[in-house]
Design a protein. Structure first.
Lengths: 386, 386
């Protein structure tokens, strides 16, 4: 049986060089970075070194990096923290945001804010017209992700930022899926806040950051001992932060290779997919007409349930996703696809394959054979059932 | 030079057995626990196994464990989350709580709640009379820590819970310093919510939990993908949670040895301290007339600045604290001591020594020699300066 992981948009394997950088902080006495003694000072220095590494990967200054435990925390902090200090005007989030952006925005409704989606077109691209139209009403905050976790579709965040700033609104971008995959510059995007996360780039779980324009008046989400200049209290996860820093450095160094390698794998995969589709079933590849992350393919075969296909592939040793891993407890069709106007039945067929630089053309080739067999088998089962 | 860590209430060294349990989750491909494939299911199983281990160490059911990234997050979640769904009556917190309890309570004032301290006596024990008196006013929530991080003084939380419940108030306890040091039972304490943390018991940073009565209607602090039954969204830090589980198991197994061993060290230390004090300077040991954690000694030498002594001891290779590590960026005297009515000047002299089961009588002996020398030196410097 194969043993192949094609679910790198959900989480990635920890790079052995990252683990090596973390081990000193896991295998000997280390201090609380707030402590004044030598153990505390060493931990503090390690955190500050990682802050520089993360900043450099994000095209930001180290003073703009606020460490959090995960992307969800950074997004909650951005949305609730920025909106909380602004007049209770509308919060606009793209219709395809991750729930850790949309739900904080919805939650703010109890404090008098309204939360409204910005439309996307059938390719998954944000409608700038819809945004402009909505910005004619008083707006406190706009949040548009850099790249979608399901389709991989990349948004023109710098233009969104320009439009938002023109009406005095604050702008946040969830760049979790962008870091390491496409060029990333906080300065160039010209947003007020940007979320990045460690475990999507072969760093450890337990570290993420909100890159934040220091001029933004933001409410902390976690109040307490005053760490991160009072913006995020709580003992720093030193080993995870150190690992995140190294993972950022590696991601920057590898990015061009990563992009070309994963794009080749994806092209190979999608060509094979179309071939399967042309015989067994019509296939739709979402977002493939617009700029996408190089590693991501999100598709559906007509008449085949995505969840069923994912489980069948899992039994053959291939790990792929049927939707966003972070909300896949539900069997509802992907709301990213629904927002794109995709038919509910087709959306239920969606499967995401997300490659990594460590994957190989041979793996993709074997996967296509397995996929072809499984699609055939499932089609036959469906035919019998019908 | 010595190389001795006596600051275990700030953070502890990761136990090598804990690290061993974490390594499989750091050194090979693992999944996002929300993913449906085998990598995801294995990660989910590991998290659920740790949940049982944490629950058992806390005298709770595994269904009552909500994992968070750290104690600060668990305390913020408890205070803001429980109060947020209750009428905006007063929130009572002991006058000696960690800032990650008091500051969330203060923050709730912007939503119409009032935040009031419950008095403690000069030994650091909560005044049950003061609590009862304050409970005559409408109260939404009471939060009293199980054991204080600075003095180690243990509170009668079960009685506090009884009094709070009698007037229909909710009751939370920060038990971060209690776990592993004294017997701990969520059920026996009869609180609605209890905070515990991994890195205080030789587990990794990056994992903690709020033990929560499932009947409590609580608002999430982190909204998103719906992890932890919707109570705490965000990708689980699998390795850290696994390590937390093992650390809990070890803490329970070691607790009796831990208590007797650290108490012997502390008795040895405090006897030596009194001897030094009787010659060089009067010494005060805070909370030593009441029930304290076995490992904690918090003292002040008249006329010697705590911060100065801590830095002098650090140069000799001894890591101790001058106050709560989590708020030691400020040089203000400990507000725990101020709440106990300790004179400001004496409070500025406070030094905390917190032992661990791995410390030895020989270390304590050598430390007393160094402490004696440093106190003598600092006294002489002060005399010259004066």
């Amino acid at each position: 049986m194969a043993n192949v992981y094609f679910d790198n948009n959900a989480t990635t394997a920890l790079d052995s060089r990252v683990l090596e950088s973390m081990l000193p902080w896991l295998s000997s006495q280390s201090g609380n970075p707030t402590s004044r003694h030598v153990y505390g000072r060493s931990a503090r220095d390690a955190v500050e070194h990682a802050r520089v590494q993360v900043a450099e990967a994000c095209g930001a200054y180290s003073s703009q990096v606020v460490f959090t435990a995960n992307g969800t925390e950074a997004n909650n902090f951005a949305i609730k923290g920025m909106a909380g200090n602004l007049p209770s005007a509308q919060i606009l989030t793209s219709a395809i945001e991750h729930p850790c952006v949309t739900r904080p925005a919805l939650m703010m409704q109890q404090f008098g804010y309204s939360s409204k989606p910005i439309a996307v077109d059938s390719s998954g691209k944000l409608s700038l017209e819809n945004l402009q139209q909505q910005l004619t009403l008083p707006t406190s905050l706009v949040s548009v992700m850099l790249a979608n976790n399901e389709t991989g579709v990349i948004q023109e965040v710098a233009i969104v930022a320009e439009l938002a700033r023109a009406v005095g609104a604050f702008i946040h971008t969830d760049a979790v899926q962008g870091l390491g995959k496409i060029p990333l510059s906080f300065t160039d995007l010209n947003v007020h806040a940007m979320t990045v996360s460690s475990h999507k780039i072969h760093g450890p779980q337990g570290a993420a950051a909100l890159i934040l324009d220091k001029r933004v008046d933001i409410q902390p989400l976690l109040h307490g001992g005053g760490q991160e200049k009072g913006l995020r209290s709580g003992t720093e996860n030193v080993a995870a932060i150190v690992g995140f820093g190294v993972a950022c450095e590696l991601a920057v160094a590898n990015r061009i290779h990563y992009a070309s390698h994963t794009q080749l794998l994806r092209d190979q995969f999608e060509q094979g997919l179309v071939d399967i589709g042309s015989i067994k079933s019509s296939v739709m590849i979402f977002g493939n007409k617009v700029a996408r992350l190089p590693n991501t393919s999100f598709f559906a075969m007509n008449g085949i349930e995505g969840e069923t296909l994912v489980m069948a592939l899992d039994r053959k040793g291939y790990a792929v996703a049927s939707g966003s891993a972070c909300s896949s407890d539900s069997t509802e069709p992907s709301n990213v696809l629904l927002a794109m106007g995709i038919d509910k039945d087709l959306a239920r067929g969606a499967v995401r394959v997300s490659f990594d630089a460590t994957n190989t053309p041979a793996q993709v080739n074997d996967f296509l054979v397995t996929l072809n067999n499984e699609v055939k088998r499932l089609k036959e089962l469906t035919a019998i059932a019908a």
